[in-house]
Design a protein around this ligand. Structure first.
Ligand code: HH2
Length: 298
């Protein structure tokens, strides 16, 4: 019998502090909770503790598996903020969300001091868009605490990254970067089972780069770690559907469907229910595809 994707897909186990997450056939949904005044999509919407808790509960009820809290925007052109300001925005919300939901919490930060406080308050994943390059203490913190870490590709930094991104072969270059960051993490004492990868949609990428990364997304899932995809409501989808941020749900679903078909493990999304349904349908179909659909001449 010709093997299907179910028989071919290897289960990956992620260790995240005291939690163990097994990725087998279905992608996990990471719901975004930004406690920022200026995030590109939900900036200002969940600034009070009560609003943030309500939204976290709603995402849990809608089927989220993880909640990603961020207190500093990384949208193109976003100015960096001070550690004190980030902690002031984050900690009251994180502590209240920790009480209100039972899901693993991820902290979207580039600062080790912020990540440490978040881990002490119960976060078990550090989502570092600089892939451990932004703060020399971050790798040691992840190694010491045993939490999971997202290593994301970015060319440049948020204030300047969309000015003139350039690549020879974007997929090869992003893969090479991720391999190098995995090695740096391992050298710092982080276990392979703590690592999640992310090609970084929109982070120093032109339209054609984002589309190539999605079209060849399986290049990242072959690197041997769970792979996160963050396409939700982003500009490259807006460019295709010509719609403002809050009307990009169907466009996002199209991109999510391709990523799921190509083996994505974690979907970082704003619209939990819609993307969970999209992922459920696509991953069920993909389990019935012959392997030859994905690997033509195998
Ligand atoms: N995208 C954003 C923020 N954090 N983290 C990962 N790992 N991957 C992503 O693609 C990613 C991310 C940007 O989206 P959002 O959080 O909605 O906006 P902002 O950065 O303006 O807060």
């Amino acid at each position: 019998m010709t093997p299907t994707n179910t028989t071919l897909r290897k289960a990956l186990v992620l260790t995240a502090g005291s939690r163990t997450i097994t990725f087998d056939s279905r992608p996990f949904i990471m719901g975004v909770l930004n406690v920022t005044p200026d995030s590109f999509s939900d900036g200002g919407a969940f600034l009070t503790v009560a609003q943030a808790v309500r939204h976290a509960r709603q995402m849990q009820d809608e089927g989220a598996d993880i909640i990603d809290l961020g207190a500093e925007s990384s949208r193109p052109g976003a100015p960096p903020i001070e550690e004190g300001e980030e902690l002031n925005r984050l900690m009251p919300v994180l502590e209240a969300v920790r009480q209100a939901v039972s899901l693993p919490l991820s902290i979207d930060t580039t600062k080790a001091a912020v990540a440490r406080r978040a881990i002490e308050a119960g976060a078990s994943i550090v989502n570092d868009v600089t892939a451990l390059r932004g703060d020399p203490k971050m790798a040691g913190l992840v190694a010491e605490t045993g939490v999971a870490v997202v290593l994301m590709h970015m060319q440049g930094t948020p204030p300047t990254m969309q000015r003139a991104p350039h690549y020879g072969n974007v997929v090869d270059e992003v893969c090479a970067f991720l391999r190098e960051r995995i090695q740096t993490a391992l050298d710092a004492g982080i276990q392979a089972s703590q690592i999640i990868l992310d090609p970084g949609f929109g982070f120093g990428k032109l339209q054609e780069h984002n589309l190539r990364l999605l079209a060849e997304f399986d290049a990242f899932t072959r690197l041997g770690h769970p792979v996160l995809v963050g396409v939700s409501r982003k500009q490259f989808i807006g460019n295709l559907v010509d719609r403002p941020v809050h009307e990009r749900g169907y466009g996002t679903a199209g991109a999510v469907a391709v990523a799921v078909l190509k083996g994505a493990h974690v979907l970082r999304v704003h619209d939990v229910r819609a993307m969970k349904d999209t992922a459920s349908v696509v991953s069920a179909i993909s389990r019935h595809m012959r392997s030859s659909v994905e690997v033509p001449n195998a």
